[in-house]
Design a protein around this ligand. Structure first.
Ligand code: ATR
Length: 375
């Protein structure tokens, strides 16, 4: 077995030859042996703690201790390991540690959570929710499912006992008719992004809305403020209902006037066509269009020369994290809120609905950021 604690070898001199592949494979085999031995030692220690817990009549799972382990390790982690991957690896190790502390007759039934959408391959929800479950010391597995037909997928939630599901494009509207109950705000918005399974009864919520409002409320008051919402699609609809509920005085700004007026009429507010904007006398401005999203990240949703320095500017785009809109607003002295805050908050609200526990928001943001910033 290779020596422990050796410094990390420099692989940059490795050239592309059969010999090099053999050398690297040998190195991996040696490391695997070390990992195996260390896992054995970790399990011995866990078993010893298990015996003490049994003598004292203490339960096996200690959520706070598990949260502390993850926090400590994520501070120690080195490139190229990502925070989300670290959580995945150590969740398995901790879960095996727990199982050696239990009586052989005890069998874990893993709670399942999922996101339904199409396309779904690039969703950041699995890494965010799996890390959140681990940090909170909760058993559970969150999976990405490519769902083409939402009706049988909802049957699957009932049939498999899936505890909670995130619903994303293109199913947020259609899913509603298959649920047992839809929360009043989600019904007003006309879209559900979260399903909670309560003893076989499926309840629908919209945390896109509550998550966006929370991201704003963390930086500014909303009640009584003049708020401009750019866009009139699904995202604008969810954010608009939330802002109205929080007491903001809304104006919809949209490129296509008919679409803008339709949303304004549903929200009982004014609408101004984008082309007619000459000033921006608003306390808060929210971009709810996709303008500025990579690869077209040189675009802004409106003329930033019109921004006033007291304005709070929020962007629902989170790729790139610092959109040109937010960068120019920050240069003007505006307070800015990035789209990641909204994304993480909608996930945090889902987590709280599913588990009844406070979401570890900091770690959720860190793992998603890590994914977004990796090459
Ligand atoms: P989502 O459901 O994600 O909000 P959507 O329904 O396609 O997506 O809505 C996108 C919003 O962004 C719309 O309000 C759209 O304006 P139009 O109603 O005029 O189509 C707005 N949008 C998209 N591209 C835009 C652009 N280049 N300039 C201005 N607005 C744009």
């Amino acid at each position: 077995m290779a020596k422990m604690n050796e410094t990390r070898p420099d692989n940059s001199r490795i050239v592309n030859s059969e010999e090099d592949v053999a050398t690297l494979r040998k190195r991996i085999d040696d490391i695997d042996e070390q990992i195996l031995e260390l896992i054995g030692r970790r399990l011995d220690a866990a078993q010893a703690i298990g015996r003490i817990k049994q003598q004292r009549g203490i339960t096996v799972v200690d959520n706070r201790r598990e949260g502390e382990i993850f926090q400590r390790l994520s501070a120690l982690k080195q490139e190229p390991l990502k925070t989300g991957s670290l959580y995945r690896i150590f969740r398995s190790i901790i879960s095996v540690g727990r199982s050696v502390q239990k009586q052989p007759s005890q069998t874990d039934v893993m709670p399942i959570y999922a996101v339904f959408g199409d396309p779904i391959g690039h969703s950041l929800s699995p890494v965010m929710h799996n890390s959140a479950l681990a940090q909170a010391g909760l058993d559970g597995c969150y999976l990405a499912c490519r769902v083409i037909d939402i009706a049988p997928a909802v049957d699957g939630i009932r049939g498999l006992g899936i505890r909670g599901a995130s619903i994303t494009i293109p199913h947020k509207i259609n899913v509603m008719k298959y649920l047992d109950q839809v929360d009043a705000l989600a019904a007003d918005i006309g879209a559900v992004n979260t399903v909670v399974n309560r003893q076989g009864e499926l309840h629908g919520y919209n945390t896109d809305c509550t998550g966006a409002v929370k991201a704003l409320a963390d930086k500014t008051g909303i009640s009584g403020k003049d708020v401009a919402l750019i866009g009139a699609g699904g995202a604008a609809r969810a954010i608009g209902f939330g802002i109205r509920q929080a007491g903001g005085r809304l104006t919809i700004i949209n490129r296509t006037i008919q679409k803008g007026e339709k949303l304004a009429s549903d929200l009982d507010c004014d609408c101004v066509p984008l082309s007619e904007i000459k000033e921006l006398p608003y306390g808060i401005i929210v971009n709810a269009t996709s303008v500025g999203m990579a690869p077209h990240d040189d675009r802004v949703p409106l003329d930033t020369n019109l921004l006033e320095r007291e304005t709070v500017v929020m962007d629902s785009v989170y790729n790139p994290l610092k959109t040109r809109f937010l960068a120019e607003a920050a240069n003007k002295g505006c307070t800015t809120i990035d789209g990641l805050a909204m994304f993480v908050n909608q996930g945090a609200d889902q987590f709280e609905l599913w588990t009844g526990r406070k979401a570890p928001v900091d770690i959720m943001r860190r793992v998603v950021l890590d994914e977004l910033q990796s090459p």
